[in-house]
Design a protein around this ligand. Structure first.
Ligand code: GEM
Ligand code: ZN
Length: 379
C-alpha cells in the first residue's frame, strides 16, 4: 500500500503543474509556460513524504516543449540536499518524459538542470561586492522589480592600452549552468595575485545574471515582460528589455574589446561557441582571432570542442538582435556565445552527473585563462 506524496514548486525557480499525484507510481505532471511567453522546458519541484517510495513520473506535455527533440538522451537531475545533484535515467516515450526513482529520503528535488538559486545568487553578489577591485558601476530595475547589477573588476595597471573585457550570463534564465560558470570564473579571478598578467591590461565588466525575473519565476527563456533578451540587442527598450538597455548603454560609454555571452544548449551534448561569421563587419582579423580562441580553448579544456555546433551564418546574414552578433558588429571585437550542454559532453560522458555545476565552474576558470592569453592581440 503506497502513501500519497506531496509535490511543491513554491520556491524560486520552481516550475511544475501537478495533474495527478494520487498514485506515486504514476505521477502525472506538466511543465508550466514562461509567465508572459509561450516557451517552456525548465522544471524544478520537490516531492515529500516519499522515503523509500518507488515513484514513476511523467511530464505529459514534453512533446510541446520549446526544444522537444532535446528530451532524447536526456536524464533528469535530482538531489536530496540541493547541494549534490545526480542523474536519474529518463525515457522520452509517446511524447512524454518519464522516469522512475526510489527515493532514499523523505524529500527529493527534481530539476531540468542543477538550479542556481536566489540564495546562492545573493551570496555571489556579496562576494563580488566585498572584493577590493570590484565596484558596481550600473544597475537597472527589471519589469518584475528585481535588480540587475553591472560590475567592474578594475585593472591594477595605469595602462593606456587597457582593454575592456565583457562577460554576461543567464540571459536565458533556465540556463543555470551559465551562472555556475560565472561563479567558477570569478572565484579564480579573485584568487589571482595582483601581479598576474590579466590585471595589468584589462578591466573586466560582468553581469552574473541578466534575467532575475525569469530565474525566480522558473522561466525557460524570458523576463517578466515575456522578452527573450537574446533577441533584444538591436533595439532594447526600457519597457520590454531594461536589462539589455542598461548593459548596451554602458558598453557604448566604456567600449568593448572582447565579449562573451554564456548560455546552455538543450539539444547538443557538447560545449561549443557561436561566433560572428555572419556579421556585415566580419573580417579576416576577427576570423583569425575566433580560430585561435577555439583552438586554444580545446587545448586548455578538453570539454570544449569545435566539431559540433550551430550551423554557420551566411556572410552578412547574422541576426543582429542576438547579443554576440550585435556587440561584435558594434565594437568590431571578438565576440562569442559560449554554449554548455544540459545533457552531458558526449565525448567525455559522466553517467552519474552528466554535465554538472562543477564542470561549468571549471570551464569558467579555463575561459579566464584563455581571455588572459588572447588579451595582447585583441586589437
Ligand atoms: C541561442 S544563442 C544564438 C547564437 N546563434 C547563432 N547562430 N549565432 C539563442 O539565443 O537562441 C541559443 C541559446 O539560447 O543558448
Ligand atoms: Zn541561451
Amino acid at each position: 500500500m503506497s502513501t500519497t506524496v506531496s509535490i511543491a514548486s513554491d520556491f524560486d525557480g520552481g516550475n511544475i503543474v501537478v495533474k495527478d499525484a494520487t498514485n506515486p507510481e504514476q505521477i502525472s505532471l506538466e511543465i508550466r509556460r514562461d509567465i508572459a511567453a509561450d516557451y517552456f522546458q525548465w522544471f524544478y519541484f520537490s516531492v515529500s513524504n516519499c522515503a523509500n517510495q518507488t515513484m514513476g513520473f511523467s511530464l505529459d506535455n514534453a512533446s510541446k516543449a520549446s526544444y522537444a527533440d532535446a528530451w532524447e538522451n536526456y536524464n533528469v537531475v535530482a538531489s536530496y540536499d540541493r547541494e549534490n545533484w545526480f542523474r536519474v535515467p529518463a525515457q522520452y516515450q509517446d511524447g512524454q518524459l518519464k522516469w522512475q526513482h526510489q527515493s532514499e529520503q523523505g524529500k527529493v528535488y527534481y530539476s531540468y538542470f542543477a538550479p542556481y538559486d536566489k540564495a546562492r545568487h545573493q551570496q555571489l553578489l556579496t562576494t563580488i561586492n566585498s572584493h577590493k577591485r570590484c565596484e558596481q558601476i550600473d544597475q537597472c530595475q527589471t519589469v518584475d522589480g528585481h535588480s540587475v547589477e553591472l560590475f567592474k573588476f578594475a585593472s591594477s595597471a595605469e595602462n593606456t592600452t587597457k582593454r575592456n573585457l565583457w562577460l554576461i550570463a543567464r540571459q536565458h534564465p533556465g540556463e543555470t549552468m551559465a551562472e555556475w560558470f560565472m561563479e567558477g570564473l570569478l572565484e579564480k579571478l579573485f584568487a589571482m595575485p595582483d601581479s598576474e598578467a590579466l590585471l595589468m591590461g584589462a578591466d573586466i565588466y560582468f553581469v552574473v545574471n541578466m534575467n532575475p525575473d525569469g530565474s525566480w519565476a522558473g522561466n525557460l527563456r524570458t523576463n517578466g515582460a515575456g522578452t527573450d533578451l537574446n533577441r533584444a540587442w538591436q533595439d532594447p527598450s526600457a519597457e520590454a528589455s531594461p536589462e539589455v538597455l542598461m548593459v548596451r548603454n554602458a558598453m557604448d560609454r566604456i567600449g568593448v574589446d572582447m565579449f562573451l555571452d554564456i548560455h546552455g544548449d538543450e539539444e547538443l551534448p557538447y560545449v561549443f561557441t557561436a561566433g560572428c561569421e555572419g556579421n556585415p563587419a566580419y573580417s579576416l582579423r576577427l576570423q583569425e582571432l575566433e580560430e585561435r580562441f577555439r583552438r586554444r580553448y580545446q587545448e586548455i579544456n578538453p570539454d570544449f570542442q569545435s566539431v559540433y555546433g550551430y550551423d554557420k551564418d551566411e556572410p552578412g546574414k547574422a541576426d543582429l538582435r542576438i547579443a554576440c552578433n550585435q556587440v561584435g558588429q558594434r565594437f568590431d571585437c571578438l565576440s562569442f556565445t559560449i554554449e554548455m550542454p544540459f545533457k552531458d559532453n558526449a565525448n567525455i560522458p559522466d553517467e552519474k552527473e552528466g554535465w554538472s555545476p562543477e564542470r561549468s565552474r571549471v570551464l569558467g576558470v579555463s575561459t579566464l585563462e584563455l581571455m588572459a592569453e588572447l588579451l595582447p592581440d585583441l586589437r
